[in-house]
Write a protein that binds this ligand. Sequence first.
Ligand code: TIU
Length: 220
Amino acid sequence: MITVAAEPFAYSFPPGKTALIVIDMQRDFVEPGGFGETLGNDVSLLQAIVPTVAALLDLFRRKGWMVIHTREGHKPDLSDLHPAKRDRGNPSLRIGDPGPMGRILVHGEPGHDIIAENEPVPGELVIDKPGKGSFYNTPLEAHLKANGITHLVVAGVTTEVCVQTTLREANDRGYECLLIEDATESYFPAFKQATLDMIRAQGAIVGWTAPLAALEAAVG
Ligand code: TIU
């Protein structure tokens, strides 16, 4: 076991049974002209974590540990898009509409791609998900079970939406989750802070949090 100085107390993980899951580091959320911006957000806030996510990916790859990426998006015919999701709010462009990076949040469009700095390397699983959580309507749980994964190190965007939903889904399925504090970001700094606080409250009721430096120090 490797033990990380984490909050609310030390987090221990068995290296061979631990996967890194990087949530939705897609152009549609991180770059101007995508889904995040159509919702009225300042996407520049998310760019701060790109180097940290890259360093976290490097760490797992160096060690030969499992890496999984997710992408939020929908089939070109939008058959997997609930009207409740399409019609929510008042975005300047809706999911499926043409934008500067192609159709918003649609598979195969430039905006749906993972950003170049954090892109998958051959052999890494990429999970396409129609929801905010990574387990709903995806093969993620079957893949984790087939590979004996019991622990997840989590990163990506946005902290209180897809990252938190995934953490809660994973926690309910019995996975022990560590969220890397400086490898996740929100369009709303107060929501990021609140999410970190609520995840580790009540004795790690959802999971643990730690900065990347703490994980690096533990791994050596
Ligand atoms: N809007 C927002 O904060 N997030 C999302 O819609 N998706 C993800 O978090 N990936």
